[in-house]
Design a protein around this ligand. Structure first.
Ligand SMILES: [Zn+2]
Length: 219
């Protein structure tokens, strides 16, 4: 696993070269955003300790397997609060709160989220932003201290900045796994409107001052 200090408050954790989780520093330790694929719990916990804190809670951008894969193992080890977008939590609970057909991987998970997130909720310094489209309940997190945007798969920066609403043939995985590309496109536009200072996506490197690149991805 690769650890990259992005800002004072944000650390990027990359597994298998292309799947990211993030540690967000708060007064009481870290919020872990996403958990990567299965098998990462030990490394994620160790990375937090090395960075000088413990993981205090786990916030998920969406329910896909490459984001919730290590959730059960982390919960076995830590037992911390888990926050998942409401609609994706309902999908994992066996409901069908959406139209059309789900895409991407939805592995069975044993962990039941403690909190079902809605847009406008706050998780420490993070504001929960609506960004459905990639999945029916996908959310993004905006750090209100510095406007860093943790966008999950609403955007990808692998093979260039692209939104989940548009096929990027250099890294097609995110668009292929997208439930509703039209909704994803609208969500990407609303995220750009929040004027982020950096773009931290589920796949790819962090992009600073991402406005122009995000705008280009939407055209
Ligand atoms: Zn995804």
């Amino acid at each position: 696993m690769r650890t990259t200090q992005i800002t004072e408050n944000l650390i990027q954790l990359t597994r298998t070269g292309f799947v990211n989780a993030y540690l967000v520093r708060e007064d009481d330790g870290f919020t872990l955003v996403d958990t990567t694929l299965k098998g990462g719990a030990g490394e994620l916990i160790a990375a937090a300790r090395l960075a000088g804190g413990d993981i205090r809670r786990i916030a998920l951008t969406h329910g896909h397997g490459d984001h919730v894969g290590s959730l059960d193992a982390l919960e076995d080890a830590l037992g911390v609060e888990v926050l998942m977008p409401e609609t994706d939590a309902r999908i994992h609970a066996g409901e069908t709160p959406y139209e059309g057909r789900l895409k991407g991987s939805w592995p069975k998970i044993a962990t039941v989220p403690d909190v079902r997130l809605r847009p406008g909720d706050m998780i420490g310094s993070l504001e929960v932003l609506a960004s459905r489209g990639h999945t029916p309940g996908h959310v993004s997190f905006l750090d209100t201290r510095d406007r860093a945007l943790i966008a999950g798969d609403a955007f990808s920066t692998l093979g260039g900045v692209s939104s989940a609403g548009k096929m990027n043939w250099r890294f097609p995985l995110v668009a292929f796994a997208t439930w509703d590309r039209a909704k994803a496109h609208e969500s990407a536009r609303s995220l750009l409107a929040r004027n982020p200072s950096l773009l931290a996506a589920g796949h790819g490197k962090v992009v600073k001052d991402p406005g122009a690149a995000m705008g280009k991805a939407l055209r």
